[in-house]
Design a protein around this ligand. Structure first.
Ligand code: ZN
Length: 141
């Protein structure tokens, strides 16, 4: 008796319910990926499917957009001379900014100095207080 292959039947994929032809009655899924995805769903190993090619392309596009925007900003920022508008000179703004920075640095330095001085004064005071503390047993604190 010659071998007669079983006629292909149309089966619906158990995962994506896409109809597909199969000669194997035990075949449940249209593709290997559906088999794997269904297995993931059963076991709960990975509920979210892998990002599709469209998703990846969209993400890449937004990434490129962001990068080019950043590059454009970086390229345009250090060239305020190229601006043709008679603005109130961007250099003065930059100068005032650097001046403000310098003032802030000065202030920070002054604060540091003041802190150092007050600490030193407090130490001196403590030393002076401890000295007479030997003669008088009273403690201020
Ligand atoms: Zn499928």
């Amino acid at each position: 008796m010659p071998y007669v292959p079983r006629p292909a039947t149309i089966v619906r994929c158990a995962h994506c319910s896409t109809p597909f032809e199969s000669r194997n009655l035990r075949r449940k899924y249209c593709s290997n990926s559906c088999n794997v995805l269904a297995s993931y769903q059963r076991t709960g190993a990975r509920s979210e499917p892998r990002p599709s090619k469209a998703d990846l392309e969209r993400g890449l596009a937004t990434l490129i957009e962001l990068m080019t925007a950043k590059e454009r900003a970086a390229a345009s920022a250090p060239k305020p001379i190229a601006a043709p508008k008679p603005k109130p000179a961007p250099e003065t703004k930059e100068l005032s900014l650097s001046e403000a920075k310098a003032k802030l640095q000065e202030l920070a330095y002054a604060r540091k100095k003041v802190r150092e001085l007050t600490e030193k004064l407090a130490e001196d005071k403590k030393l002076k207080e401890t000295k007479p503390a030997k003669t008088s047993p009273k403690h201020s604190r």
